[in-house]
Design a protein around this ligand. Structure first.
Ligand code: PLP
Length: 425
C-alpha cells in the first residue's frame, strides 16, 4: 500500500493492518499485560531497546492502531492516544516544558485549555502568555521570551470560532526556534491538515467529531516529525540529553523522527498514566470510519442554519467562518476551502438574559456541555463552560456574554431550523 491514499480510504482502512488469518476488524486488546518467552526480552523492552507491549498504562495495540489511523489522516510520522483532549494538550506541552519555561498561546482557546495553561501549569512553574491571534506579527513578537518553548493555538477556536492564521503562527514559532502546537479538534483532518501549513505538533479532543457520537472522552497527539529538536538542543534538553530513567537514552539519537512521541509515551504515560482505554479506542475507531461522511454534512447543515439565523431580526449577530462576510471567512477559505465545522455562535437581540429563555424552549436541540457530535446541541458558555471567567476575561477569550454555542448535528437541516424558529417565537 505504498500508493498515497485519500483521506476517505484512510478513515475506513487506516491503522489496523491484519496479517493472514487475523481479524478483519480491529480487535479490542482487553489485556493489561503482555507475555514474553524470556526474561532477557522483557528487559530489553524496559530499556527501550526493543519495540513491544508490556503494560497497558504505557501502550496498547488497539490504541496504537487507532493512533496510526489519525496519524495517517494528519500526515504525521507518529501519534499516541490519550484519555482525553485535556491530557493530550497537557502532555503536548509537558513533553517539552519544565518549571521555569514559558509558552505563548492564542487567547481564543477552549476554556479547559485556558485553565490548564494559566492556572494549573502555572502551579507547575510553567508560565503562559495569552495573545490576540489577530494581532500583527510585530505585536505578537513581544510575547516571546528567552525561555519560550512552544506556541499554541486552535485551528477553529472553541467556542469563539476564530480561525487561526496557521502560517503566521508557524513563522513566529520557527523564528524563535520553538514548535507550533495546533489543536485541530473542530476542523478535523478532513477539513484542515495543519502540518501542510507549518504546524509541528497536532492535538485532538477525539471526544468531538472524531468519535462523533458523544460516547467516549479521548485525545490524540500527532507529531509531524518536521521540528528539528537537535538544531535547538539547548531549548529541549529532555529530547536531546540522556534520560537517566532509561539508562541514558537520548531520544533524538535513538528514535529520530519518533523522538517526541516515544518520549511522551515512555516518560509521561509511564509516570502519569492518562491512557485511553482500549474499549474507548475501539469505539473511537468506529467513529473515525465515518468522519469523512459526517464532516461535509455538519458543514452543509451549519451553513443553512447560520444563513437562517443571519436572516432573523431577533438575532443580533452570527459567527460562522463559512458565512461570507464573517470576520474569519477569508482565513477559512484559505485553510479550509471544503468547510469548517458544524459549530455556530450567535447572540440574540435580548442579550444574555434572552439566551437562557431561548434555550429552554428548544426541543430537538438539547442543552448539553458537549459539542461537535451527530445530535444538534446548544450551550451558553458564559453560564456553563466559561462561568469561572469574568466578563473581561470572556471578551478576551472571544466569548461575548450573550454568545450561544450551537453545535449543528447531522439531522435534517429543515427540522433543526424549525426547532430554532419555534423557540425564537
Ligand atoms: C473539548 C475540547 C478539548 C478538551 O477535550 P476533552 O476531550 O473534553 O478533554 C480541548 N480542545 C478543544 C478545542 C475542545 O473542543
Amino acid at each position: 500500500m505504498s500508493q498515497k491514499q485519500s483521506l476517505d480510504t484512510i478513515c475506513i482502512q487506516g491503522g489496523w493492518q491484519p496479517k493472514n488469518g487475523e481479524p478483519r476488524v480491529l480487535p479490542i486488546y482487553q489485556s493489561t499485560t503482555f507475555k514474553y518467552e524470556t526474561s532477557e526480552q522483557m528487559g530489553r523492552l524496559f530499556d527501550l531497546e526493543e519495540d513491544g507491549y508490556f503494560y497497558t498504562r504505557l501502550a496498547n495495540p488497539t490504541n496504537d492502531a487507532v493512533a496510526a489511523k489519525i496519524c495517517a489522516l494528519e500526515g504525521g510520522v507518529a501519534a499516541m492516544l490519550t484519555s482525553s483532549g485535556q491530557a493530550a494538550n497537557m502532555y503536548a506541552v509537558l513533553n517539552i516544558c519544565s518549571a521555569g519555561d514559558h509558552i505563548v498561546s492564542a487567547a481564543t482557546i477552549y476554556g479547559g485549555t485556558s485553565n490548564l495553561f494559566t492556572v494549573t501549569l502555572k502551579r507547575f512553574g510553567i508560565e503562559c502568555t495569552l495573545v490576540d491571534p489577530d494581532a500583527p506579527e510585530d505585536e505578537l513578537e513581544k510575547a516571546f521570551q528567552p525561555n519560550t518553548r512552544a506556541v499554541f493555538g486552535e485551528t477553529i477556536a472553541n467556542p469563539a470560532l476564530v480561525v487561526l492564521d496557521i502560517e503566521k503562527f508557524a513563522r513566529l514559532a520557527h523564528k524563535h526556534g520553538v514548535p507550533l502546537i495546533v489543536d485541530n479538534t473542530f476542523a478535523t483532518p478532513i477539513n484542515c491538515r495543519p502540518f501542510e501549513w507549518g504546524a509541528d505538533i497536532v492535538t485532538h479532543s477525539t471526544t468531538k467529531y472524531m468519535d462523533g457520537h458523544a460516547m467516549c472522552v479521548g485525545g490524540c497527539i500527532v507529531d509531524s516529525g518536521n521540528f528539528d529538536w537537535d538544531a535547538h538542543a539547548d531549548k529541549f534538553p529532555g529530547l536531546t540529553t540522556p534520560d537517566d530513567s532509561y539508562h541514558g537514552v537520548i531520544y533524538t539519537q535513538r528514535f529520530g523522527k519518533g523522538a517526541y512521541i516515544t518520549k511522551a509515551t515512555a516518560q509521561l504515560m509511564r509516570d502519569m498514566g492518562s491512557i485511553q482505554s482500549p474499549q474507548n479506542a475501539f469505539l473511537l475507531n468506529i467513529g473515525l470510519e465515518t468522519l469523512h461522511l459526517r464532516m461535509p454534512r455538519h458543514c452543509e447543515n451549519a451553513m443553512k442554519v447560520a444563513s437562517y439565523l443571519k436572516s432573523r431580526e431577533d438575532v443580533a449577530w452570527v459567527n460562522y467562518p463559512g458565512l461570507e462576510g464573517d470576520k474569519y471567512h477569508e482565513l477559512a477559505e484559505k485553510y479550509m476551502p471544503n468547510g469548517t465545522c458544524g459549530v455556530i455562535s450567535f447572540g440574540l437581540t435580548g442579550g444574555r438574559a434572552a439566551a437562557g429563555v431561548f434555550m429552554d424552549k428548544l426541543k430537538l436541540a438539547a442543552i448539553v456541555t458537549h459539542v461537535a457530535d451527530a445530535r444538534t446541541s446548544v450551550l451558553h458558555p458564559a453560564s456553563h463552560t466559561h462561568r469561572q471567567l469574568s466578563d473581561e476575561q470572556l471578551v478576551e477569550a472571544g466569548v461575548d456574554p450573550s454568545l450561544i454555542r450551537l453545535s449543528v448535528g447531522i439531522e435534517d437541516a429543515d427540522d433543526i431550523i424549525a426547532d430554532i424558529e419555534q423557540a425564537l417565537r
